[in-house]
Design a protein around this ligand. Sequence first.
Ligand SMILES: CCCCCCCCCC(=O)SCCNC(=O)CCNC(=O)[C@H](O)C(C)(C)COP(=O)(O)OP(=O)(O)OC[C@H]1O[C@@H](n2cnc3c(N)ncnc32)[C@H](O)[C@@H]1OP(=O)(O)O
Length: 154
Amino acid sequence: MHYDRCFGCGELDGGLHMRSTMGEHALVHSRFTVTEAHQGAPGLAHGGLLACAFDEAIGSTVGNVLRRPSVTGKLETDFVRPVPVGSTLFITAKVDGVAGRKLYASAEGRLDTEDGPVAVRARALFVEVALEHFTTHGAPDALTKLKRAEQINP
Ligand SMILES: CCCCCCCCCC(=O)SCCNC(=O)CCNC(=O)[C@H](O)C(C)(C)COP(=O)(O)OP(=O)(O)OC[C@H]1O[C@@H](n2cnc3c(N)ncnc32)[C@H](O)[C@@H]1OP(=O)(O)O
């Protein structure tokens, strides 16, 4: 899934520019490189932007694995280690369960290599929505934009 105007995965200046790829066992892999623009304390990533990166990684996982339109209802993060500017988080995410419209997923981010130390963990509840969610609450032409970006599997 990819939408070029998305703050997480799009091409916007100042965005996170994340990409996600499906791996084995329905695990989805994403990377987030922390730049100076993502700074909170001097030299360290801002926690809110780390949460954003996990929202993106988990949202992409739910979308790609389940192929059901959904939005984040709840996102919980554990910041386990400081994440320095210049480092890359290797994020692995998975779907944990489905209960009706409720889609549960989680992720962990390792510092600088795929087997580096865990720096951030996150769990999320996504809620499945009708496609009208995006046209009613967002842009009237949202579906056209999303289809153009090949984000929806019709
Ligand atoms: C097509 C591709 C699109 C790709 C989009 C990628 C997005 C990237 C990720 C995002 O950042 S999404 C943006 C941030 N999230 C939002 O803007 C969501 C805003 N919230 C809403 O629109 C509604 O609150 C929501 C759709 C989540 C739920 O409203 P509904 O009226 O549709 O459902 P309802 O309130 O009946 O809840 C359905 C179930 O989910 C549960 N639920 C909803 N929100 C919850 C919550 N926050 N915590 C715990 N449970 C929650 C709720 O209790 C209920 O459980 P039960 O079925 O067991 O009764």
